[in-house]
Structures are given as structure tokens and as C-alpha cells.
Design a protein. Structure first.
Ligand SMILES: Nc1nc2c(ncn2[C@@H]2O[C@H](COP(=O)(O)OP(=O)(O)OP(=O)(O)O)[C@@H](O)[C@H]2O)c(=O)[nH]1
Length: 686
């Protein structure tokens, strides 16, 4: 039996790869040309194509399908391939439209040496990642404003896919750092791999393929990589890095707060990266949730079709069953070259006492196997891959990572300086075009960081080096101070970022430090035309001889765009009453959804501002006759018995009864004085 492989189009550097992608059966020989756009036809008989692929990704998908069907061997094409594979690839007969001899083009697919080895690798690793060609992979982030529920949503998705057990593990599972748990905020993006069974017609898998590789409606298993990101603006560098490994995002918006500053910023990060955006209105279980209002905001601000918006509650689980199907249906799969030379993006790294530097990577093209030699495009340094796997949810060895997958690698890297975030890693002795990497972080705040005990400089240096391995957005330069000795000038993305970094230095690395007061970068311009950037006031002593002309400070030029028409709104009159009487100067027109909060705030403030009276004062906020908030100022008690020394008990009782009666009357008719000052304070702060 012979087979003809025809290369109908090809690029100048085309080549044929032999792949051994089926680890469980004897070799199946498949051939693709060069990069993804080459076209390959495999013929049973001359002139009759049984399989025709427009991209190596489609080919890979077909191979996986064949592997699946292997048990029953129903596909004649598969049978033929198997027969041929036993005979060995040298028996194959090639023809091409060019006159180039195919024999010089054939070489083994370098990253997966032999089926036996792959099979062994899977056995060791436990999880067979070859079941997940790019078409079965979705990489997505959860992005949102602070506290809109990203980590809680991640918890629910982990439970839904059985990645963690329901009720086990702590809430906000992916917030693993002590600082995150203590502050209740996410500061590090965290990746996790989930497996999800989705019953969907798989003929939709690849409509571009001329052959429909899998046409069944059986349940398909997908590999989903989820990245939970921070919401605070100081950690937006984490968000932008995470998006580089994704093809789509879940954009969460709190159903009562609506679109907030970081919703807008994160939306544009995803939009500019050309990612598919799935809007999810979260926290719909809240009493003041207003999903319709939020849908309108999304429509007006981002032109999001209200029909595309999902409604969910990460707390109760309501609406969550629609989230992962939407991820699979709407987000495109990673479109790297499955059979191209390996290119992986270094997303993140951290230092582990036992394993050394652990790198999180996204496989953009090709495949990686344990034991292979890789090199860094940035430094040229080469390493052996000692361990490779996925985060499911903790480090889970798979011994293999294929195109589109996100996972971790352990190499011989000892120094954190070697793990450069945004670097491209590739097989040694292959030349690849480096990936674009990440934009450098823009530091907004600088401060000196010195060891509390001068003799701890080396320990601090070590601690900073390890922590910056996990937080590449911090800049570090050595500096010295007359008073504090030798230390570092560090640049941060904001004050919260600085605070978190210092807390992590102490908690995770035991470093006790003294910090100088933070400063933004200023520019000083001198009479001789020179300009210097000042991140440290000490620098100015070296310029004392020069005449300063101008100082510049960072500023933001913002444009606020507001609609010129007013729109329909659900407004109510909020009244504030003192002992049942409306204080008209304090009445306000507010949105119905905000009335309870504003009402509560005003009555609480009034209670603090008003003096106590001889009678009890009820402070109430009301919409019409409905009281929505209330505070009470208790009465000042006059000692009516002060002048009754000893004597008649009946007289004392009478005096107290009279006082009680009087107070009742006062309460009914009494008007409360609101001092002018209290008015001003109240109006200033509401
Ligand atoms: N009522 C209600 N509360 C929720 C829901 N989802 C999250 N929360 C609560 O909202 C708060 C913030 O939730 P997180 O998941 O930490 O929010 P986050 O967006 O990850 O926060 P950052 O990472 O710090 O930006 C927590 O108290 C959650 O319990 C929800 O669907 N309904």
C-alpha cells in the first residue's frame, strides 16, 4: 500500500514534518507544510483526496478525532494510515507541483520524539493533553472593577468543573497570598486549568476545514484556562499581562454599582487586544440590583448588545450554568501553529525554595516535552525542562504542553533575573521570531527601601530579587543615604502597590525595612537647558549650583464626555424629618436605587451634628410616607429632683410624672434647632 502526499501550495521555507501525535497506537504519519497556511492533501488513490486541510490546526484536530475512533477503526482513511505507518515513512510516494525532491524535506517532528516516549510521558503525567487540540481549548480572563466578584466567580467555575470540591477550600480560592487574604483584594493574576464536558454539536468545531473532522453530537471535553485578575488600578499591569495569554474575557459588572472606572479601563484593555468580551452582570441577588440599568450603561458606553449580556450571581450560583457554554461558543480557540517550531510566552514566574524559579508559560506555537532543551530569546541562555505541567489548580505534571495550552515549566533557572516576563522561549537550535512581549510598566510612585538593620543589606537584596521575580512591575535601583546606609530606590505603580510590595517583603521573605516618603517623578529644568527626572529629593543636592527655571509634575488631561440629552430616570423626593416635621432645606431628588443609602447617610450624619435637646428627637428619612432610615437622639434629662432634699416620696414622683408629661408635649410640638454650622457641614459632605 502506498500513499501520496501532495503539497499544493507552500511558502519559501516549507518543509514536511512527520508527527507522531498518537501516543497509544503505532505511528500515524501525517504531513503538513511549513506554517499554518500550507495546504496538504493526502490521497488514497491518485487524484482522489480523502482528507484536505487548510491549516495544521485542522489537521491536528482530525488526527485527534482519528485517535478517538481508533478503538472501533471504522474510518478507512485511518486504517490505511495505520498500515502505511507500519511500513515506515520511507515507502511513501510524494509528488509536489515543484520539482523539489521530497526526500530532503522530510524530518521527524522534533518536539515529540516517538510515540512510545509520548505514551510514557502521559503515563507519568496522568493527564493526557493530546486530547486537547487548539479547537478544544479556550483561554479567558475574568476582568472587572474592584470587588465586582471576580474571585468569587472563579470559585464557582472551579466548583462547576470539579477542579475544587464544593464547600472545600477557602473562599476566593485563587487569592493565595497572605496579603490578598488579609486585605480581601486580589493583587496577583492567577491561572488555573479546568476540564469541562460540553454537549454541543461538534460539527461547529471547524467550519473552515474542507472535511468535517468530527461531526458527532456527543459530549466534548474542553480544556479551559481561566485567569483571575486584580481589579484595583495599581495592579492593572497584571491584567494586561494576563490578556496576552487569552482570546477572550468575562467582563463582570456589579448589578447595583454598574459600570465603574476599572470596568472602563479593563474593557478597553481587552478591546484593544482584540479579545472577545462576554459581559456578565454579577450580584443579581442583591436587593438593590438593577440589571436593566447596567445593560443600558453597557449599551451606551461600549455598544454591547443587551442580548449578549449574561446575568449571574457568583454568590448563589444563579445563572452560572450559561457562563462556560458562552465561553466555548463565543471565544475563539488559540490559533497557533500546532506543528510549527515551539514558541512560548513567559507570563509570570516565582521562586520556589525547592524547585528554583517556576515559570508560567503560554504555548503559542508548537509543543514542549519534559527533558527537552529550550533557550531564551532575550538572553540566549539555554535550559533543560525538568518539569512541565498545568495548574489544576495546583502544579500538576503532564510532561507535555501543546499549542494553545497554558501551564508551568521548571527549568534550571536559579537566578530570578533570568526569568524575564514577556520573554519568548523556544527549542534550542531553532530560530524563531520573538513574540511581542509586554509593554514596560509605568512607575508612578518612587520610594527608598532600606534594611531596618544596616547589616541586613544582603538579605534585603536577596528578598527583593525574589519578590520582583513574582512582581515584574517594580523597578529597583541601588541607592545610598547618609542616614540610612545602602538601600534601593523602588518604583511602583501606585501607593497601594507600594504598600502591598512592602507587606509581601516582610510576610513572604522576612525582610524588615524602613521606607522613605513616597514621591512621584518630577522633572526639574535648569537655566542651562538641562532637565533631570527627580525620583529622589537627595538628587537635588548635586544640582545646587544650577539655577532652576521650571518644575514639572505628572498630570492627567482627561476628557469627560456626557450626553447632551437627559434621559428617563427613576427619581424620588427624599425628605428628612425631625420629629415628624420635614426640613425642606434637606429634601433632595435622588435615584430610587440610591435613596436608602443616601437617606441612611444623612440621618447618621445629622445625629452626630445635632445637639441633644430636652426631649427625644427622631431623625427620619422618608420617600412619601415610607420611612427608609431612622436615628434617635435621646433626651437630655433635667434633674427635677435636684432641690428636693429628703422629704416626701409622693412629691418626687409627682415631679417626675410632670417632667414626663412635659416631654411628651415638647416632643409633639417641639421644633428642633439645626445650627447653621451643622447645615453647612451636612450639605458639604452629602
Ligand atoms: N451578594 C453578592 N455578593 C457577591 C457576589 N459575588 C461576590 N460577592 C461579594 O463581593 C465581595 C467581593 O468579591 P470578590 O470576589 O473578592 O471580588 P473581586 O472582584 O475578586 O475583588 P478584587 O480582586 O479585590 O478586585 C465579596 O464580599 C463577595 O462575597 C454575588 O454574586 N452576590
Amino acid at each position: 500500500m502506498s500513499i501520496r502526499v501532495g503539497l499544493e501550495t507552500y511558502t519559501s521555507d516549507w518543509r514536511c514534518w512527520m508527527c507522531f501525535l498518537n501516543p497509544t497506537v503505532p505511528q500515524h504519519l501525517c504531513f503538513v507544510a511549513g506554517n499554518v497556511m500550507a495546504v496538504l492533501s493526502i490521497f488514497h488513490k491518485p487524484g482522489k483526496a480523502t482528507a484536505f486541510f487548510r491549516s495544521s490546526a485542522n489537521l491536528l484536530s482530525h488526527i485527534v478525532h482519528l485517535q478517538r475512533k481508533h478503538a472501533g477503526i471504522t474510518d478507512p482513511f485511518f486504517k490505511d494510515l495505520e498500515v502505511i505507518s507500519r511500513q515506515g515513512w520511507r515507502n511513501l510516494e510524494f509528488w509536489t507541483k515543484s520539482s523539489i525532491s521530497p526526500s530532503i524535506l522530510l524530518r521527524p517532528y522534533s518536539s515529540i520524539a516517538s510515540p512510545a516516549q509520548v505514551s510514557e510521558a502521559i503515563k507519568e503525567g496522568g493527564i493526557d493533553l493530546t486530547q486537547y487540540p487548539p479547537e478544544r481549548i479556550r483561554n479567558f480572563s475574568i476582568i472587572a472593577h474592584v470587588d465586582h466578584g471576580k474571585s468569587t466567580m472563579a470559585d464557582r467555575l472551579l466548583e462547576l468543573t470539579g477542579t475544587i470540591k464544593k464547600g472545600h477550600g477557602q473562599p476566593q480560592y485563587l487569592d493565595k497570598l497572605q496579603v490578598e487574604r488579609e486585605r480581601g483584594i486580589t493583587v496577583k493574576a492567577q491561572t488555573v486549568t479546568m476540564f469541562y464536558n460540553y454537549a454541543k454539536h461538534s460539527s461547529k468545531l471547524d467550519t473552515s476545514a474542507a472535511i468535517d473532522t468530527v461531526r458527532s453530537t456527543e459530549e466534548c471535553k474542553y480544556l479551559l484556562n481561566l485567569i483571575d485578575t486584580p481589579g484595583h488600578v495599581d495592579f492593572s499591569y497584571e491584567v494586561s499581562r494576563s490578556l496576552a495569554a487569552c482570546q477572550g474575557v468575562l467582563l463582570l459588572v456589579d448589578a447595583s454599582q454598574g459600570v465603574q472606572a476599572q470596568t472602563v479601563a479593563n474593557f478597553y484593555l481587552a478591546f484593544e487586544a482584540d479579545l472577545v468580551i462576554i459581559p456578565v452582570i454579577n450580584k443579581i441577588d442583591q436587593p438593590n440590583a438593577n440589571p436593566e440599568n447596567v445593560k443600558n450603561q453597557l449599551k451606551n458606553m461600549f455598544d454591547i448588545d443587551p442580548q449578549d449580556v449574561l446575568l449571574a450571581s457568583a454568590k448563589t450560583g444563579m445563572g452560572l450554568s450559561a457562563v462556560l457554554p458562552a465561553v466555548i461558543d463565543r471565544i475563539r480557540y488559540p490559533n497557533g501553529g500546532a506543528l510549527s517550531p515551539l514558541r512560548m510566552l513567559l507570563l509570570d514566574s516565582y521562586y520556589d525554595e525547592y524547585k528554583g524559579v517556576i515559570c508560567h508559560v503560554a504555548i503559542v506555537d508548537g509543543a514542549l516535552k519534559k527533558g527537552e532543551k529550550i533557550a531564551s530569546a532575550a538572553t540566549g541562555q539555554s535550559y533543560e525542562v525538568m518539569d512541565v505541567g498545568i495548574l489544576h489548580p495546583e502544579l500538576t505534571p503532564t510532561n507535555l504542553l501543546l499549542t494553545g495550552q497554558v501551564g508551568y515549566i521548571v527549568t534550571g533557572m536559579r537566578s530570578t533575573q533570568e526569568a524575564r516576563i514577556g520573554d519568548t522561549l523556544h527549542h534550542i537550535r531553532t530560530v524563531v521570531e520573538p513574540l511581542p512581549g509586554f509593554k514596560p510598566a509605568k512607575h508612578m510612585v518612587f520610594a527608598g527601601v532600606y534594611p531596618a538593620d544596616g547589616s541586613d543589606y544582603d538579605a534585603l537584596s536577596h528578598a527583593i530579587e525574589r519578590l520582583t521575580c513574582n512582581d515584574a512591575s517594580v523597578s529597583v535601583a541601588r541607592e545610598s543615604s547618609g542616614a540610612l546606609g545602602i538601600g534601593f530606590r523602588c518604583g511602583f505603580l501606585g501607593l497601594l502597590h507600594m504598600d502591598v510590595f512592602l507587606q509581601r517583603l516582610e510576610q513572604e521573605h522576612g525582610a524588615h525595612v524602613i521606607t522613605t516618603s513616597p514621591t512621584v517623578p518630577y522633572i526639574f529644568e535648569y537655566e542651562d537647558g538641562s532637565k533631570i527626572q527627580v525620583q529622589n529629593p537627595a538628587i537635588l543636592s548635586s544640582t545646587s549650583g544650577k539655577r532652576l527655571v521650571t518644575c514639572w509634575e505628572p498630570t492627567v488631561i482627561a476628557t469627560i464626555i456626557t450626553p447632551s440629552e437627559y434621559q428617563e430616570a427613576d427619581l424620588v423626593k427624599l425628605d428628612i424629618m425631625l420629629n415628624g416635621q420635614i426640613v425642606d432645606a434637606l429634601s433632595a431628588i435622588v435615584h430610587r436605587s440610591k435613596a436608602p443609602r443616601i437617606g441612611r447617610e444623612v440621618v447618621e450624619k445629622l445625629k452626630k451634628l445635632l445637639d441633644r435637646q430636652m426631649f427625644e428627637v427622631a431623625i427620619q428619612a422618608a420617600i412619601g410616607s415610607k420611612i427608609i432610615a431612622r436615628e434617635t437622639i435621646s433626651a437630655m434629662r433635667k434633674n427635677v429632683l435636684a432641690k428636693c432634699y429628703g422629704g416626701d416620696v409622693t412629691r418626687k414622683r409627682k415631679l417626675l410624672e410632670k417632667q414626663k408629661e412635659g416631654k411628651k408635649r415638647m416632643k409633639r410640638v417641639g421644633s428642633v434647632d439645626i445650627p447653621q454650622e451643622a447645615f453647612h457641614q451636612l450639605l458639604r459632605t452629602t
